[in-house]
Every structure is written in structure tokens, then in C-alpha cells.
Design a protein around this ligand. Structure first.
Ligand SMILES: [Zn+2]
Ligand SMILES: [Zn+2]
Length: 319
């Protein structure tokens, strides 16, 4: 169940281009959207970037990141450029530095999705505690340990904590408020975590082989292995292999499990359902149909007022 997402960039170029230029009448192609809402989401979500353009932006970003001034303003601006050019994780890389340099840097806080209320930076929205109880009762509030084999300093671990927060927000939106990370312990010089950064992979960016994968997908003892700078969407993809047992989809289905949907923001990434799933002999079933089999209490679309997820309780153990 290896996931090569951005690992073999050359292969993905052809994969993604093929995926979106396939025969329009191929079996399993989603039927045209009907309602206005569906039309809008179709328009919004079916616009992956040309992978070559994405990669050119990625290279430009890396060149700029090497010489960016270490001020909150400069870091914010580079992050904004990355965000506007399809590089979400790179944007966050800069914003995390900006907010570390100045925790009240308003533009950065705003870009990260925070608003200021009573002199505190918070995420807008309401937590529905009754709803949370139902999620927890069905064992979809996860308490996990994330281990990093190598030694890591506090700065690395603090940055890693942002990855965890974002993973929590993303899993919540992806599952329409039905999965979240309740508590996460991050530990360096350790192994055996539910998520584990293997030895020597602490600083390897995904594009240079920090590729992530899931072992024992769909079983109670699933584990995710990754590089220490893994994209949040990849961690989520692997977590979905783990908790739901959904397979990789390499056949042009618009879904997180396809991978290679360049430039699309995590807030617009979805799991495919029976309407949107693009069937293939290797993946005959939609992700949501598999999810619902695994967790019969999960629903999609979820019409409940599930609100925002609680923030993950993060404990860093720097040893
Ligand atoms: Zn899918
Ligand atoms: Zn699908």
C-alpha cells in the first residue's frame, strides 16, 4: 500500500495528465452536476493545476526560500506567494516561521485561519460538544503517538506540531466532522508511534524521497511511516488507508486517495462518493461506500451541525 504521491514526480506528471485527459465517456465518469451547489463545487474542485506549472512554482519557491529575509513580513509574503501559486504546505512552512518570529503578525494569523477575539487568536466557529460525544463513542476521536527516530530540536518539534493541528482540521473537514485527533504525543529519538518518521528521514522533503506509506491498512494496528516534512494531505491520505482501509485510486477519480491533484487546497479536497467516484476494475467502490461499511454510523453528506473540531491536545516530548 505504498503511496508515491509526489515521490516519483516524473511518473506523476504523466499519471495526472492522463487522469484528466481520459475519454470523457469512460464508464464510471461522474454524471453532470444538477443543483447549483453541485455545479459550484464541481467547478471549484475539478481544477487541478498543470503538474509542470506546479513543479516550476515549487522550484521558484525553493530558490526564494533560500534567500528570504528572516522577518515576519518577508516570511508572510513568501508564504502568500506560495499559497497563491498552489503550494499550500510551502506556504505554511513560511507562516509558521513568521508566527514564531511575531505571534501577533496579523496577516499571517489571518492567512492561517485565525481571528482575534478578546486579544486572543482563535479559529472561528463553534464546537458542538454533543456531536463530539457521538464521534468519540464510535472511536473516531484518535489518541495517537507520533515518533521521530532521529534526534530533533524544539524548533523542529514545534513545527511538527503545526502539521498535527492542520491534520486535525483537515481530517475533520474531509470526513464532514466525523474524525478528529483528540490528543497527539510527539516524541523524538523514539519508534513505534502510530505515525513514525523513519531514521534519516527527518528533513527529507517529500519530493526527494520522504514518501509516506501505510502498513496494515484497515486493521486495528495500522501505522503510517513518512518523512518529517510530509505534506499534510499525504498524512491524511495515509491515515485514511489506515483507519478506513480505502485503496489508492490512480484512475482519475477526483479524490484524496488519487493523489497528484496539484495545487488544490486541502479545504477543497474530498473523498469520492458513489456519485463522484470514477470506477475502475481495481477500485470498483467509492471511498465513502468503504468508509460507511467500516463505520456504519458515519454519514455522507453529513447534514448535522457538527461545527469546528476541538484543537488537538499536543504533548511534545523532546528527549
Ligand atoms: Zn476515493
Ligand atoms: Zn473514487
Amino acid at each position: 500500500m505504498k503511496f508515491t504521491y509526489l515521490l516519483a514526480i516524473a511518473a506523476i506528471f504523466s499519471l495526472t495528465v492522463n487522469a484528466f485527459t481520459e475519454d470523457k465517456n469512460a464508464p464510471g465518469k461522474p454524471s453532470p452536476p444538477t443543483s447549483d451547489k453541485e455545479k459550484r463545487s464541481e467547478k471549484k474542485s475539478h481544477k487541478p493545476m498543470n503538474p509542470r506549472l506546479w513543479f516550476a512554482n515549487y522550484q521558484k519557491y525553493n530558490a526564494s526560500a533560500k534567500k528570504v529575509q528572516n522577518t515576519a513580513d518577508a516570511r508572510y509574503k513568501l508564504g502568500k506567494w506560495a499559497w497563491d501559486n498552489g503550494l499550500e504546505d510551502e506556504a505554511w512552512e513560511q507562516w509558521i516561521v513568521a508566527v514564531t518570529l511575531d505571534k501577533n503578525h496579523a496577516s499571517t494569523r489571518k492567512a492561517m485561519g485565525y481571528i482575534k477575539k478578546n486579544e486572543k487568536w482563535i479559529r472561528p466557529g463553534t464546537i458542538n460538544n454533543n456531536w463530539l460525544k457521538t464521534v468519540e463513542a464510535d472511536q473516531r476521536a484518535f489518541n495517537v503517538t507520533m515518533t521521530i527516530a532521529d534526534d530533533a530540536d524544539q524548533k523542529f518539534l514545534d513545527e511538527f506540531a503545526w502539521r498535527v493541528r492542520r491534520l486535525n482540521w483537515f481530517m475533520w473537514s474531509l470526513t464532514e466532522g466525523q474524525v478528529y485527533l483528540k490528543s497527539v504525543q510527539i516524541k523524538d529519538k523514539a519508534t513505534g508511534g502510530r505515525f513514525h518518521v523513519e531514521k534519516g528521514k527527518r528533513d527529507i522533503p517529500v519530493l526527494r524521497g520522504g514518501g509516506a506509506y501505510c502498513i496494515r491498512p484497515g486493521r486495528p494496528n495500522w501505522e503510517v511511516r513518512s518523512g518529517g516534512k510530509c505534506y499534510v494531505r499525504i498524512l491524511a491520505h495515509e491515515m485514511c488507508h489506515g483507519i478506513f482501509g480505502v485503496p489508492d485510486e490512480r484512475h482519475g477519480c477526483y479524490c484524496l486517495m488519487q493523489g497528484g491533484l496539484f495545487g488544490i487546497k486541502t479545504k477543497d479536497l474530498i473523498l469520492c462518493n458513489d456519485k463522484t467516484h470514477r470506477r475502475h476494475r481495481i477500485t470498483p467502490n467509492s471511498c465513502w461506500s468503504i468508509v460507511k461499511k467500516k463505520y456504519p454510523k458515519m454519514v455522507q453528506p453529513n447534514k448535522a451541525n457538527y461545527g469546528i473540531p476541538p484543537e488537538t491536545k499536543i504533548k511534545i516530548i523532546n528527549q
